[in-house]
Ligand binder design. Sequence first.
Ligand code: EPZ
Length: 421
Amino acid sequence: MLSYIIEGNNKIEGTVQASGSKNAALPIIATAILNQEPVTFYNIPDIEDTRTTLQILKILGCKVHTDSGKISISSKGMHNKTIPKELMHKLRSTVVLAGAILGRFKEATFSYPGGCNIGKRPIDLHLRAFKDLGVEIEEKEDYIHCRAKKEMIGTKIKLDFPSVGATENIILASVYCKGVTHIINAAKEPEIQDLAKCLNKMGAKVYGAGTSRISICGVKKLHKADYRIMTDRIETGTLLCAAAITNGTIKIENANPENLLSVLFKLKEMGCDILINKNSITLKAPKVLKSVDIETTPYPGFPTDMQPIIGAVLTKAEGTSVIKENIFENRFKYAFDLKKMGANIILKENENIIEIKGKSELNGEIVSSADLRGGAALVLAGLAASGTTKVENAEYILRGYENLEGKLKKLGANIKLEKVV
Ligand code: EPZ
């Protein structure tokens, strides 16, 4: 088991670069399945989730060459259309590979990705969209068999909820469809815009990404391309919050403030001085943070992935903050560990709300990550706590943050990653 050991009470100060976006990398890697010409991606973060996704591509028969953040993939020889269920369960976002396999081969076999610790995370919207595209679906012994008996024809698909994964899967599955596919009530996240930009660079015709209506005009084939993926906006927000919770100052050199405005507004409301340029963000924390209320909503609202992280910061704010989580059913597990560290938090679980009464003095404790962003929240609390904090199950955090320990050390943190056998 891996744990972060943190000696708290060090200010986070300095300049750092955030890595490539985990949530853009996963669907963009999937485009390599659609494109039979060689593709090269840059700025892919070296994290567990991308390693698992690339492992699946190799199992499917793709040639994958990695050279630090540069990934070259050729799927010409791809033969396998089944995603192994043990890897689906390991990483639910592999479900977007299904859309790409379906788009290329008109058939795909995969299993339910299973929920994770933040909620049930069904894929009903994905499957309904595949059916709208003329795909027949049969569920047999743990596997979902998708097959289009005839040509896949573009159609109008209305999403009941602006699901990020379902929007990505529909785009991937409809790149080669005959005619035009319209997605109504599409998710507007920046990662979807990055996916569309990458596909269009390959010769696809995806219009309207970033709005709630996306149209995909079918093309016959894609061509060789290379693409540099966007900076991770959630890692950017996490690093900004590390400075906010430790009364520090930070500059993130390769950030795109446009992708994080709702978080920047909240940090400003909390009393942080924020300076933004075209591709950098500087934050200077106030002596005492002010409490604020947070409500998570689909983009461009406050991102659910930042909810645990801002929750940790708000334990250090003067006054009472209320956080309402509207996207996932079970994303407050981290609050129990923050309470163990001395935070004053009331959970109103039936309303998916927590109330954080600050300003708390946090004390170093042994705590445990229950999921990726909840784990990151506990690391930030450890940075601000007096004494030593041990964050167990750090594997969750390594799934989504590239070299977090190295970045925080460079910014003045006393943190090390420890392997406990
Ligand atoms: C993506 O997950 C992100 N993951 C999540 O980031 C992020 O929290 C989420 O979008 C929301 O922004 C990746 O991009 C790999 P959704 P996704 O489909 O696609 C319900 C992180 O920490 N829903 O938008 O799974 C679902 O249960 C991760 O980096 C259905 O009901 O999110 C949830 O309540 C966590 N049926 C809500 O919609 C469906 O078919 C949002 O899910 C699909 C989703």
